[in-house]
Design a protein around this ligand. Sequence first.
Ligand code: PMP
Ligand code: GLN
Length: 388
Amino acid sequence: MLNSKLPDVGTTIFTIMSQLSAEQKAINLGQGFPEFNPDEKLIALVDKAMKDGYNQYPYMPGVAPLREEIALKMSTLYAAKYDPLTEITVTNGATEAIMATILATVSVGDEVIVLEPCYDSYVPSIRLAGGTPIFVPLTAPKNEGESFSIDWERVESAITEKTKLLILNFPHNPTGITLKENDLNILEGILDKHNILILADEVYEHIVFNNKPFLSLSSRPAISAKTFVISSFGKTFHTTGWKVGYCCAPKALSNEFRKIHQFMVFTVCSPMQYALAEFMKDSSTYINLASFYQEKHELLYNGLLKTKFKPIRSDGTFFLLANYSDISRQSEYDFVTELTKKHKVGLIPVSAFYKDSTSEEANNYLVRFCFAKYDATLNEAINRLIAI
Ligand code: PMP
Ligand code: GLN
């Protein structure tokens, strides 16, 4: 008989809630994906790349024009120097880059620190590598107007001799919090004292609100020297279905990363890579994303103020959390299931981002809304929620 390598893993909450929304003909503000199509110009560029004959296996680490554009962006925005030849690898979405980083760095018995609530692919990837996930909770909001926060002392005290990797994801899914300069100072201090590596999941790098710059971990040389910086074009160009992402890391780290990448997927869809390279030459295609999403954040936030939900402002991402304790005392999972069925709005329970989704610690009466939707969709959802 087959011994499952991932006995505790079932279907992801994103798929479950999307299926329930479809079944119930509900508005799906659960799974994080944009409702809108990518720019016509980008679609035309894919078409052109196919007609130009870019249809066979591209170079294993990604096509040169795309790696060069990524290098240029990293240096322009974050003053980070990555050699496109040896330090940038194009991947099948951030998900592959996360798995490849973990397989490249974690061996049997190693510990990996993750912050809870955490994105769903981290822990199974750690387990497949034979590693042990060590969970450090973010501090949950206690009072109205507060959001989650990082307790760096708890992070540091979780580091042992076995710790190989610390996984950080900012802007953070699901809480929408970002790092401040002082967080980077503290992280520098931690890296100075402990011999660990960082996986920086920065897929929401271009969605940071209030005209704040995004503080990429690539922007601090003392941090970037030990970090795999991962991003995804899915979030940036409304192309989550294309599954194209990338990983920037110093040469020695990239070298090991590429060995895994080579045998997980070998390479990534060719016409998409050429098209993305051409499209991103115009930086307005990603620089304006933050203001585009901030308007939607405001629309949803202000709309939720008219309901019994208590929304929490996000600093970034296309997600927003809201507290429903004035409506119900059900568990988060039961609440979203009933909401989808009765009120036809699909959401994600924040508890799904915890190792034990039924625990008390995981259930803070919080749900996650995705606002990467047309205004009309958000308005209709708000109207349905006002009725509660
Ligand atoms: N990390 C985080 C935090 C995410 O939210 C997502 C997708 N929503 C991913 C990684 C995966 O990105 P991709 O679709 O490019 O694999
Ligand atoms: N990352 C997306 C989210 O948080 C979902 C991606 C997926 O379904 N795997 O909603």
